[in-house]
Design a protein around this ligand. Sequence first.
Ligand code: 5AD
Ligand code: SF4
Length: 472
Amino acid sequence: MQSTSTPLARTPSPADNSSAPADSNQRKVYVKTYGCQMNAYDSDRMADALAKDGYARTERPEDADLYLINTCHIREKAAEKVYSELGRLAKQKAKAEPGAKDFLVGITGCVAQAEGQEIFRRAPVVDLVVGPQTYHRLPEIVSEARAGRRVVDTDYAIEDKFAHLPRPDRKIVQARGVTAFLTVQEGCDKFCAFCVVPYTRGSEVSRPVAQIVAEAEALAEAGVRELTLLGQNVNAWHGVGADGRQWGLGELLFRLAEVPGIARLRYMTSHPRDMDDALIAAHRDLSQLMPYLHLPVQSGSDAILKAMNRQHKADDYLRLIDRIRAARPDIALSGDFIVGFPGETDADFEATLRLIENVGYAAAYSFKYSPRPGTPAAEATDLLPEEVKSERLLRLQALVTKQQYAFQQGCVGKTVDLLIEKPGRREGQIVGRSPWLQPTIVDAKAGAIGDIVKVRITASEANSLFAECIQG
Ligand code: 5AD
Ligand code: SF4
């Protein structure tokens, strides 16, 4: 089976429960989100932009006047899901009574960017197509579509899209919970041979410090305690600091740790080439920076890394991990792996398994290679048979599952700080987040939502932990 999890998919999306109260005549938008955390963040921003125009967000698709699908183009399966969903929506639209409330369908995200006008041809049900760079124009685009014009907007915006998005409303942020995403960087200049991101999200853009700090402050004032900084290549972020000096992500993390109320920081996704000394020092010196790092390597074979244009060798990665672990010994690592890249031999694959053995991951996300139109690797002719890819994926996943199990077991008996996030499924229980991202179930008396409490881990399951409160 091909894993479709995206990195840190276990992190609950703040998009899950963010509907604002609404009256029955108000227009309603439903946003379905596919793909990565950046898309979850963008879905929230789109809903915020539309809220200023009188749209309430609904979690019930059948109530929506506007149905947005925020799409992912990273692998073929992700993109195809969109078209099957559109087929279903076309039936729903055809069944609606003529003259009944007008129901608009919009495609946003990376499929919108990659396919543009082509979407109208394949799926006549669609009324608007909006790429990730122009979400701040969404309210205008929706009004145009309401007036009966089909709109495609997939420009790479010249203006700063973040500066144009409204600040989220305090009540909406509170409803989303005590953890939040904050986009600091977008796009990628790395051009890995298999990847569509540099084409769908464009080249690297770093958000200015003042804007990031202002958003962090607004989130903290609304009760957010933990921030995850997002970027396709987040550790390539750079900007000019308040001191007039050039900052990298390490310096930015130190600045955000000063925002009153922010107790925890995380960031994703990183490229090994951009892990600079200041960022590694932040892992050593900044207690608010949580000991968890998602650092994809994709393969353990130098030949495949070269063919993938990853711009480093397997040993560079291993030495980097050593330096990060020397700085922060309790750090948990997760990674992404692609199996069956064109030309991958048995020996190449064995090298990947050896690298995984060497590192010892707390979690890993693995995928069968899928050719993406427009990428250099899509031209390759030495493709691997599907059975070989499937067999390799199973072997890799078995190894990773063993490591994940060992990591979970290793947590038992440890004393950790837990950020209390939400009520548990059972009465009398509450769920917190461990420093290593595991949902952790503890007695509700341990604390209130937003508190950070000391607990001892008593037992572990595949993805979650159980803990008891430590008095004092
Ligand atoms: N085929 C398979 N997996 C891919 N990824 C990106 N592009 C492809 C592709 N063409 C995986 C990489 C990346 C993760 C987000 O998705 O492992 O890190
Ligand atoms: Fe894609 Fe590579 Fe950029 Fe990651 S670093 S977004 S895999 S091109």
